[in-house]
Ligand binder design. Structure first.
Ligand code: ASP
Ligand code: MG
Length: 417
């Protein structure tokens, strides 16, 4: 017998038929004797509509009232799922964030979970085998007593936080894909589903834009040591053998991965832009003069490459920003030209950042060097490189994205046989 959290996203609860399907998944686990807490998102499209209503009412609206509005989507699904469960004979009760409570910071619209009280849920597991159905995404700020929300996609984080609070053995995230892949299967048909991936690797993937999981949920799983299983909600509950290992990708501690590969996955992002500042004066304080104003303008700088100056006087500096911030970043630099002192500003938006991730890189040398050679053999020029302990990223021309990702995918032995 185990204790499980089952989380269902918007597409999994998109209509009443899908909610009934979810109820049958829940019944399967409850019938197997497990303690079950379910965390649900709003029906797909609902949160978008609620957000839109706030904007339509007033472009500049109070974040506390925004939270009042957008938290309502999850309230509907938790109630409906509890009804669907009761209808098939499962003892169930819904819980809103404020009822448990799930306490958060007061950063309305992007609150952080501080504490979850799971005592009442555990008591009810013991006393009456009651399934808890919890609204994801929402919480309560204790001092003001107001409802908060966690930021878009936040119900994954609710689920992991609840799992930690009730000391669950596992947090199952049911979604519209059947797991985490070595790379996007739409780009590389030979991508395969990973059986396991380490928290740190998943954190990199999620931060790099793999949209499977909310970044904070992975952080929380890592800190609180909650194994997270990403699995499909589109498999019929009747087709799952309750005695077999559940299908999906397990996000777990590195030590729990027996056959660790050097490279686990490849991510890529086309939402990048490159800015190069030519002939910058090579003297102390220049980097501060460039990146200070960008930080003040809330622009996230990612890769940074600075050449070693040849003449000792000037150098070139290249960095990337999100494509959406490209124009703003250029004008921010242009406005600071007098302080920075440079000859020319160049930029490119048709670029892609390709990242190769694997905890095995810590103990293997030459992993990135192999990539440079392979890409050179295909005539792909690398515009910028950054490396960290378990990842390296390359900035290339966007037209070569697919070729580069496929090349690296084969190179590191990730192609499915
Ligand atoms: N319903 C919220 C959203 O659409 C939270 C979630 O689904 O994770 O962002
Ligand atoms: Mg989601």
């Amino acid at each position: 017998m185990a204790r499980l959290v089952m989380k269902f996203g918007g597409t999994s609860v998109a209509d009443i038929e899908r909610i009934r399907n979810v109820a049958r998944h829940v019944k399967r686990e409850a019938d197997a004797g497990h303690d079950v807490a379910v965390v649900v998102s709003a029906m797909s499209g609902t949160t978008d509509r609620l957000v839109q209503w706030c904007r339509e009412t007033s472009v500049l609206h109070d974040a506390r009232e925004y939270d009042t509005v957008v938290a309502s989507g999850e309230q509907i699904t938790s109630g409906l799922l509890a009804i669907a469960l009761q209808a098939i004979g499962v003892v169930a009760r819904s819980w809103q964030g404020w009822q448990l409570p799930i306490l958060t910071s007061d950063a309305h619209a992007s609150a952080r979970i501080l504490e979850v009280n799971g005592d009442e849920l555990i008591k009810r597991f013991r006393e009456r085998r009651e399934v808890a159905v919890i609204s994801g995404f929402q919480g309560l700020h204790r001092e003001t007593g107001r409802v908060t929300t966690l930021g878009r996609g936040g119900s994954d984080t609710s689920a992991v936080a609840v799992a930690a609070a009730i000391r669950a053995d596992r947090c199952d995230i049911y979604t519209d894909v059947d797991g985490v892949y070595t790379t996007d299967p739409r780009v590389v048909p030979r991508a395969h589903r990973l059986e396991r991936i380490a928290f740190e690797e998943m954190l990199e993937l999620a931060s790099l834009g793999a949209k499977v999981l909310h970044v904070r949920s992975v952080e929380l799983g890592m800190v609180r040591r909650v194994p997270i299983l990403v699995r499909s909600s589109f498999v019929s509950p009747d087709d799952i053998d309750p005695h077999a290992a559940p299908p999906g990708t397990l996000i777990c501690d590195e030590e729990d991965i027996v056959e660790q590969q050097v490279v686990t996955g490849i991510a890529f992002s086309k939402d990048e832009a490159q800015i190069s500042i030519r002939n910058v004066q090579d003297k102390p304080g220049v980097a501060a003069n460039i990146f200070g104003p960008l930080a003040d303008a809330n622009i996230n700088v990612d890769m940074i490459v600075q050449n070693v100056s040849a003449d000792g006087a000037t150098t070139d500096l290249t960095f990337t920003v999100p494509a959406a911030d490209f124009e703003r970043a250029k004008s921010t630099i242009a406005n600071a030209r007098a302080q920075i002192g440079y000859a020319r500003l160049d930029g490119a938006t048709e670029v892609t950042k390709v990242s190769v991730i694997g905890v095995g890189m810590r103990s293997h040398a030459g992993v990135a060097a192999k990539a440079f050679r392979a890409l050179a053999d295909r005539g792909i020029n690398i515009r910028a490189i950054t490396t960290s302990e378990i990842k390296f990223s390359l900035l290339i021309d966007a037209v070569y994205t697919e070729l580069a990702v496929r090349t690296l995918h084969s190179l590191y032995g990730l192609d499915k046989p």
